[in-house]
Design a protein around this ligand. Sequence first.
Ligand SMILES: Cc1ncc(COP(=O)(O)O)c(C=O)c1O
Length: 362
Amino acid sequence: MSFQDSVPKNIQAIQPYKPGKPIEEVERELGIKAIKMASNENPIGPSPKAVEAVRHYLGHIELYPDDTGFHLRQKLAARLGVSMDEIILGSGSSDILAMAFHAMLTPDSEVLTSEGSFIVYYLLGQMKGCTMVRTPMRDFTFDLEAMAGRLNSRTRIVLIANPNNPTGTIVRRKELSEFLKKVPEHALIILDEAYFEFVGDPEYPDSFEYFREGKNILTIRTFSKAYGLAGLRIGYGIARTDIIDTLQKVRLAFNTGSLGQVAAMAALDDQEHVRRTVENNRRETEFLSKELADRGVRFAPTCSNFIFMDLGKPSKDVDAAMLRQGIIIRPMAGWGFPTMIRVSIGTHEQNEKFLKALDAVR
Ligand SMILES: Cc1ncc(COP(=O)(O)O)c(C=O)c1O
C-alpha cells in the first residue's frame, strides 16, 4: 500500500481551506499597493493598548504561556457575568470548534447546519468522517424550520453562525427560541458569534439567556474581528462547566500563546476602541449599502462587518479584475454562489476605493 493509499479516504477528499490572499503576496505579484477586504479583519487596526501590552511582554516569550489563560478567563468572566470555569480559550474560535468536533463526534454521528455557512464547519465534518446535514438557506439565512425537521437520534452537534459568514444575516430571538425547544438533549448547540459585537438588530438573541436556562449551548466568540487581533489567534467559548470540562479533555496543551492572552486582556480594557470600530462599521455599512443600491447591485442586508453581493458575473473573474485594481475581495464560487462576492467593510477611504474599482470592473 502506498503512503497516499494509507491516508483515510475522508482526509484524502479534503480541499484545504483557502484564506483570503495576503496583502504582501498581491503587492509582490502585481507590483501595486493593495487593500485587503477579504477576511473581515478590523480596518482600523488593533487597540494601541493591546499593541503596548504585547511590546511589554516580548521579553518573556521564552516561557510557555499560562496553559488555561487564568487571567484572561478571569477578566472575561467578570465582564460577561459568568464563572471562569464556564470559559475556555482557543487559538481563535476555530480551535474551539475543532475541540467540540473532537469531543462529540464519531463517524456515525451527524452534524446539523446550513448550506452557505462558514467553510471550517464543513472541513471539520469531513475530517471527522461524520455526516454533515446541511439544509438550504432561506433568504440567505439559516432556515431553522428546515433544520428542525432534520434533527434525529444521531445529531450530536447543531451549528448556527449568528451572524452568518458569508451572508451577514442573523437568526432572530423568536425563531431561535422555538428551534432550541426542539433540539434533543443528546446534541450540543454551537452558537457561533464571531461577529456579535457588530450586530445592532434589537431582535438579535442573547445566547446567554439559553445558557442560563441550562441548555446544551456553547457560544463561541473571537478577538479576531471587532478586537482586531486576528494575527494573534485568540478566541473563547462559554458553556456550562460540564461542557467546558468535556472540551478541556481534547484541548491541546498551551493552545493559546502568551502574547494573545496579554493582548486580549488589554483589548478588553479598551472598549473605546471597540466602540470606534463598531461605529465605523455602522456608518460605512450605511454608506456602502446606499452606494450599492444606487448602482443596482443586489446584496444581502448585513448585520456584520462584510457585505455579500451579486455582481451577476463569475466571481472568479470579478476577483481577478479587482485584484488588478489592488482590491482583495472574496469570490464565493467555492461556497456554491458562483456570481457572488463577499467584501469586508473598510474605512471610508478603503470603501471609496472599492467602489471605484467596482465601477471599473462591473
Ligand atoms: C463565522 C465564523 N466563525 C468563526 C471564525 C473563526 O475566527 P477565528 O478562528 O479567527 O476566531 C470566523 C472567521 O472568519 C467566522 O467567520
